[in-house]
Write a new protein. Structure first.
Length: 127
């Protein structure tokens, strides 16, 4: 099975030695996406809701660059610096994902890169 790095300017460039995503066959594995605006490199203004929306916009852009869509997402991991923000993230999440929802886990973490409040990691698969 070949592995291919996926890169798009429609999402923030990697801020370390990793790819935005790796496609392996019919599966796509995205690196965690913060709420960074790809045009400015800064976190979206407006708190965790705005950062969640930008992170999911970034996810959607990377998926599209590989020929995938949100409907192909099978698993999501949400990392939060404050677990009390779960409700705000969930409200934005529901704007992007429709039933049947992907499997999901949420974690509280001590800190995220760039001072982010939320990071979203997804895996997708085409049938």
């Amino acid at each position: 099975m070949t592995r291919q790095a996926i890169q798009t300017e429609a999402a923030p460039a990697a801020i370390g030695p990793y790819s935005q995503a790796i496609q392996a066959g019919n599966s796509l594995y995205l690196s965690g996406q913060l709420g960074l605006d790809p045009a400015t490199g800064k976190l979206a203004d407006g708190g965790v809701g705005a950062q969640s929306r930008q992170a999911l916009d970034n996810v959607e852009a990377i998926l599209a660059a590989a020929g995938f869509g949100l409907g192909d997402v099978v698993q999501v991991q949400v990392l939060l610096t404050d677990i009390n923000d779960f409700g705000a993230v969930n409200a934005v999440y529901e704007e992007f994902f429709k039933p049947p929802y992907p499997a999901r886990a949420a974690y509280a973490v001590a800190a995220l890169p760039a001072g982010g409040s939320v990071e979203i990691v997804v895996s997708a698969q085409k049938t």
